[in-house]
Design a protein around this ligand. Sequence first.
Ligand code: URA
Length: 244
Amino acid sequence: MPEPNSMPRARNSSTAPLNSRRPQAPSARQSRPTVTISGTASQESPRTLLELNRAISAARPLVPGAMHAVLGEGPVGAAIAFVGEQPGDQEDLQGRPFVGPAGQLLNRAMSEAGIDRNRSYLTNAVKHFKFEQRGKRRIHQKPTAGEVRHYRWWLDKELTLVHPRLIVALGATAVLALAGKALPIARFRGKADFAGRLGYITVHPSFLLRIPDAEAKRQAYEGFVADLRAIRALVRSPIARQAL
Ligand code: URA
């Protein structure tokens, strides 16, 4: 987040734990913004999710184009926080996370696994939609590692304020943001430790949407629902309660 007095230089933080570094956000390529909180210019770190969200909304996208920042959604204190990659076209238009096709698939899988979306927290590693314009269509572009680093301070602050018992990384970009390094999903799928926070690594729902073969898609979807069931069990287990 743009915290003017303490923003770091842009350096390689790919192996650093999530919460070990101060914001890198709009510093590297933009002048340091003054964050305005509650109508007054503030140099302070946000103390509430509302303050943080105001700061995120006030920041310009690192890569120009997005209509606005898409903020996390869900209650503070939610037991589970789901972290995706970045908002897509629909999310950017509607200003809400996971409302497009991937979000609809996630909703379906969550409901099959007995996880209530309204009681969960959903957010993204990167807060702005990056795309390439092709005619009328806005085609999603995967964020670079540098862009993921740029938004990491915000994500860490957000998760500190929401304080979930379990953080779910949906796909490789979320893993990079949460673990501070790239970990192959096929090998690390399952329970994880994100810089001392209880985590779980699974695939991104858009990966399921892209599988061309119907039977392979069905199996991958079943695997995703099985992960969500495991997540539901894990968050109710003594391990997650100790994490509080
Ligand atoms: N994909 C994501 O990673 N996040 C969203 O909010 C939507 C699609």
